[in-house]
Structures are given as structure tokens and as C-alpha cells.
Design a binder for this molecule. Structure first.
Ligand SMILES: *[C@@H]1O[C@H](CO)[C@@H](O)[C@H](O)[C@H]1NC(C)=O
Length: 205
């Protein structure tokens, strides 16, 4: 979503009002996630939203610098700050995803219907179970089944991982090729559009 957002916002000046809206939006979202009763979700999402708000503030400052409203700021430093907040927000979002996935996996393990399915799977491919570690095979099966039954979490995880590449690259932590950055940006934007169009695919809260 990052590439698409930046692209739209830099070419459509009237949309720059959206930048201020984004900051306010993230603060409102943080206030809401603070009320979540699940401690881990509350912590991850509130931290993600606060950092997202900070990111948008930096983004606003950079925008004001670009259009000449302010001159005196160091563009490089502000953009590093912006990427740092963005990255932290993403890491918090990913932590949430991993937490939700692990909870769902534990739920599945307790589910009798799933136990039956798992046994069928292990019986069907005994040769796999023999060569590789059966526990690992079972774990991968459990993970894939979990992601398949909860596409919202799967999509959000893929999107967040794709989004990681741009800030990591810009901050010089992990350099990727332009192709990788572009491809990840595309996947992330497509998932963003998909979840925007179909709210049932959007992760909640
Ligand atoms: C983190 O997740 C929230 C809620 O799903 C989302 O609104 C926000 O854009 C995400 N943050 C980033 C940096 O993608």
C-alpha cells in the first residue's frame, strides 16, 4: 500500500489533505485499540497505531518541505525518522499476526475434527513422515490449515511482510533490488485493494 499511497499523494496535490486525515485517523484508531481486552492485541495494535501516527506526522513535515512551506528541516533525517516509525508499526502489526496465528493453531490442535484430518494426512503420506521429521510435517500441516481457514490473517501477514522491504531498504538495514521492492509493493497494494473492496477479508480488530 505504501508505494501506491506515496504515488497518489505526490501526484494529486488536493489529496494532501488526506495526509492530515491519516494522522488523526491513526490517533482515533489507537484510542480504540487501547480498549481491547486481550493484553497482547491491545499492546501490539496501540503501539502500531501510535507509530503510524508519528510516521504520518513526519510525512506531513516532509510534504511541507517539498512544497516549500518550510525550508529549515533536514530532509534526510526526517525521512529516516519517518521510515523508522513506519517500520516499527509494521513490526507491531506482524507481531499481532503471529500471535493470532499461534492462538488459532492451538485452537485447532484441541479441535477433534482437525485431529482426525491431521491423522488422515499423516497416514496418506507415510513416506514423507518417514524421511522428514513427522513433528515438522504435522506443524507445517497445522500452519497451512490454519492460514487456509483464516484468510484474513494470512492476507494481513503477507501484506505486512511485503511492506517490510521498503523501509528496510531505505534505512539501509536490508538492501533489496528495485525488482524485489517493486514486486512486494505491487503484492501489498493488490492485497490492500482486495481487503478494501471486500471487508470480509479485512483483519479485525
Ligand atoms: C497496522 O495495522 C493496522 C490495523 O490493521 C493498519 O490500519 C495499519 O495501516 C497497519 N500499519 C502499517 C504500517 O501498515
Amino acid at each position: 500500500m505504501f508505494l501506491l499511497n506515496s504515488f497518489l499523494l505526490s501526484f494529486l496535490p488536493p489529496l494532501s489533505v488526506l495526509r492530515l486525515g491519516n494522522t488523526a485517523n491513526s490517533i482515533v484508531a489507537a484510542k480504540q485499540t487501547m480498549k481491547l481486552s486481550d493484553r497482547v492485541l491491545c499492546l501490539c495494535l496501540t503501539a502500531a497505531n501510535i507509530n503510524r501516527a508519528l510516521y504520518f506526522i513526519c510525512d506531513n513535515v516532509l510534504w511541507a518541505r517539498n512544497v516549500g512551506l518550510i525550508r529549515s528541516i533536514d530532509k534526510e533525517r526526517w525521512s529516516i525518522h519517518a521510515f523508522r516509525y513506519y517500520l516499527f508499526s509494521l513490526v507491531m502489526n506482524l507481531t499481532r499476526d503471529l500471535y493470532v496465528i499461534s492462538q488459532l493453531m492451538m485452537q485447532k490442535v484441541r479441535d477433534n475434527r482437525f485431529k482426525w484430518k491431521m491423522n488422515q494426512h499423516l497416514k496418506e503420506c507415510p513416506e514423507v513422515a518417514e524421511v522428514t521429521i513427522p513433528e515438522l510435517d504435522a506443524l507445517v500441516f497445522l500452519l497451512l490449515e490454519t492460514l487456509r481457514s483464516e484468510p484474513t490473517v494470512a492476507l494481513d501477514t503477507v501484506k505486512n511482510i511485503c511492506d517490510l522491504f521498503i523501509p528496510l531498504d531505505r534505512m539501509g538495514i536490508y538492501k533489496s533490488s528495485a525488482g524485489v521492492v517493486g514486486f512486494c509493493g505491487l503484492i501489498s497494494s493488490l492485497i490492500g485493494i482486495l481487503t478494501f473492496a471486500r471487508s470480509t477479508l479485512r483483519i479485525k480488530p
